[in-house]
Design a protein around this ligand. Sequence first.
Ligand code: PLP
Length: 424
Amino acid sequence: MKIENLSQRDKKHLWHPLTQHKLSGDMLAIVKAKGAVLYDEQGKEYVDGISSWYTAVYGHCNEDITNKVAAQMQQLDQVVFSGFTHEPAIALSEALIKILPANQEKLFFSDNGSTATEVGIKMALQYHHNHGRKRKVMLAFEEGFHGDTFGAMSVSELSVYNGAFEEHFIKVLRLPVPVGENNAEVLNLFKKFISEENLAGFIYEPLIQGAAGMKFVDPEGLDQILKICKENKILTIADEVMTGFGKTGKNFASDYLQNKPDIICMSKALTAGLLPMAVTSCTAEVFNAFYSDELSKGLFHGHTYTANPLACTAALAGIELLTSKQMQENIKRVIDSHKAFKKRIQGHPKVKNTRHLGTIIAFELDVKMERYGSLRNRLFEHFMSQGIFLRPLGNTIYIAAPYITTNEQLEKIYLSIEAALDKF
Ligand SMILES: *Cc1c(COP(=O)(O)O)cnc(C)c1O
């Protein structure tokens, strides 16, 4: 009997995310992960340069986290969160409120980044509904990404994903991202929108648009938009699903801004890469709009696994790590390392638009290539062959490695990028 490897067995029944199966090759089977390293079926090692989609920021299989989750598993695995509560959710709420912007008061749980933004959008729409105001239109940035469920897709603008669904979307107006020189234009357009439509909420990725290719947002421009939102009772929803938990050098990207959001969406690094979970936090003012003698004013949204005790335990352990002296030192070390690497590459003729904030560094590879898609795939293959897992977005190369990535591993990533500059 022929023994098939995992990549071959995978093909029989599995349908992978964001994949056109006819055009993509075999899936690479990963059998182990530790720290910043992934191990494949053949035992080959890869430095996880994107923290497995920005989740495992404290390193994979971190024993501080896995031990606590293993203990929690023996105690309470899962219970309904409607009518019941439990210590892991309460302890997490206390720890999370401490590190969130000071105006955040209440936490609502769901399962992933898309549901976190979905809940944020529903909070904004129902907030106005409960106040008896007709506000049905959302505001979002061009090229934003907020997830793959219908509400989240509506406010996102990545057309490859959305084509078949667009006519079912909620109504959304879109602002160009302020980048400095266009700030006045963006504000004028925003004011025009306000005079024409009753805007309910504004959803945005603070400071960095991840899926758009690590595009940077001008903090002053964003702050001005947020200020005008406050003046016009347009609820502000910070989608910190990617930027949250230290990636920008502060706990949240919103910490860099003067105007704090009414609602914050979190997932990805929330549970440190261990289990899926999300939180949508909000101010007391938002919560109070739902607090009523009328049943129908409540937020009737709920997922079966809401506030799963194991996921809450992982998240609490993650926050303890994030706020530890050692992890903060690691974050500083990665920031300094990227700073030096930025100097190394930014004069290179093929390197355009180098940008760096916190533990994230990105640039565009400026080369002529017959097909954009093929450049992206050849870059990906190049990095993998060098034992580096990076996922270029088009011609954008970026690093968002775990904070515990060693200096040697960081140097390995940098060298593979410099080799790509020579090769392409
Ligand atoms: C990944 C991401 C989402 C969606 O999260 P999922 O867990 O993949 O549903 C939403 N917003 C931002 C900014 C993201 O990076």
